[in-house]
Ligand binder design. Structure first.
Ligand code: PCG
Length: 142
């Protein structure tokens, strides 16, 4: 609970919602180099980093090397893209050293976290990715 309360993006969640999140999440451990998420795979889980660091990489076309995008660390979260619209992972996420993530399933994410403005609209996507995500969102809301 204390950790969840300290996550900046969750500041606006009530104690009640936070304790529900605490009830449903599962702590999962990863070792250096483990793939937590593979781009292109389907996925229905949301991750909050409680220990360690992860690396986000993205391949923009099939014959190109993945490009390094970000390092995320304790208190950061990822995996929300596949829970909105299409369930395809838009980037790969790998562990850098030992990592512990708190994992939330799609249904709980939708009920408890998905409505947060700062979670539903990630600002750091490239225009290309943003366009793709918006197009998908528009398609699925028709
Ligand atoms: P998802 O479910 O597509 O799986 C990969 C995750 O990487 C993605 O959700 C985001 O949570 C996370 N991520 C972090 N930074 C970026 C970014 O710049 N672009 C994209 N597409 N995903 C990012």
């Amino acid at each position: 609970m204390e950790f969840l309360r300290s996550v900046p993006s969750f500041q606006s969640l009530t104690e009640d919602v936070l304790s529900k999140v605490a009830d449903v999440l599962e702590a999962t451990h990863y070792r250096d180099g483990d793939y937590i998420i593979r781009q292109g795979a389907t996925g229905d889980t949301f991750f909050i980093i409680s220990e360690g660091q992860v690396k986000v990489t993205q391949q923009t076309s099939a014959n190109e090397e993945p490009v390094f995008l970000y390092t995320l660390s304790k208190g950061d979260w990822f995996g929300e893209q596949a829970l909105k619209g299409e369930d395809v992972r838009t980037a790969s996420v790998t562990a850098v050293g030992d990592v512990t993530c708190l994992v939330v399933d799609r249904e709980s994410f939708k009920q408890l976290i998905g409505g947060l403005e700062n979670v539903s609209s990630r600002v750091n996507d490239s225009d290309e990715v943003k366009g793709k995500i918006e197009a998908e969102a528009a398609f699925f809301s028709m």
